[in-house]
Write a protein that binds this ligand. Sequence first.
Ligand SMILES: C[S@@+](CC[C@H](N)C(=O)[O-])C[C@H]1O[C@@H](n2cnc3c(N)ncnc32)[C@H](O)[C@@H]1O
Length: 372
Amino acid sequence: MRLLINSSCRQLLGLLNCCEGKGVSSAKWSVLNPHLLLLRQNFSAKVTAAELVRYWRGVFEANKIPEAQESSEYIVSYVLGAKTFHSLSAGSLFTPLTAEQQQQVRQLSAKRLQRMPVQYVLGEWDFGELTLKMRPPVFIPRPETEDLVSLVLQEESQRSVSPLLNVGHRCSTAVPHSVILEIGCGSGAIALSLLSKLPESQVIAVDKKEAAVNLTRENAERLQLQDRIRILHYDVSSGSWDKLLPWGPVDTIVSNPPYVFHGDMSHLAEEILSYEDLDALDGGNDGMRVIKKILALAPCVLKDNGSVFLEVDPRHTEMVENWLRSHPDLSLSVTATHKDFFGKLRFLHIQKHKAGDSSCKNGFACPNMHLP
Ligand SMILES: C[S@@+](CC[C@H](N)C(=O)[O-])C[C@H]1O[C@@H](n2cnc3c(N)ncnc32)[C@H](O)[C@@H]1O
């Protein structure tokens, strides 16, 4: 990293000498080339947020760092205690940063220059209305997954207005609180968003990676949502399922599983390949390695008519339908597909049919768990 900065400074000094010698005024050059601000910064402590953003954008661009403008805005805003550059007041935009603040910006920018995703650089990121701690290599939640949460919330709101429940001789609109199982919780983005919106619900959040389990736990405590969540170190390929039922069969399973086709993995951005856990993304040759395990598990832990909500690759919508048709013993079928905000088929709603052959009795081996 230091090498990168040093070499770009050396090049810059060469360029400066060369250009000023050819009659380009230094004032004009400083507009053309934000690198000059670094040199200025070394001589003068008075650097404003706007100037720093401009300067680091230039350094990032010179080093071919993607999203140079956004990266520098996020870093400078973070150091000034704001979420976005646009939310900074005019006062803080043009007030010089202290030496400590400038140093913090330098340290964070140095990480970004090493292609670290800005979410890990800052150590936190927003998902919906929650601010979550981020730590490599735990998967960084993507914005489209917020729509997966919305689909589960929609289903929950329908449940709460559905048929009147007969409570003894009285009728009531009360619906028993739902139990939701999230498979592959990562930082806890989905599980904690659901808990924060569903004050009566309970969530079991599982992940096969200890780093993810720990981060979900930390985020749950930071958000004070730890009382209604069980966070378990669990691999859905393990073939066991009884530990997933602390509250009995679940109403809903939700998952954003690893679903990238193995052949597509090498096309991912350097930021992802170098910092994120590739196991969180790689879905095997057909992208369905973990999806099939979730579907095989579903009838064992779901209530009758329970739902599975999955985020998938657009190619999976048809593949999953075909796979479920060829496994009728699972008693599952796709009831809806939904597009993401790019218009790509991204989400599947799958439902368990009412008590079929596959319904599993708690404590007995589930016949579906050994499907490939
Ligand atoms: C795409 S990430 C999703 C993380 C989080 N739910 C989100 O949307 O930000 C997939 C997660 O599934 C976990 N995972 C992968 N294989 C698994 C398995 N066999 N059993 C349980 N979790 C698994 C990974 O560790 C990773 O945290």
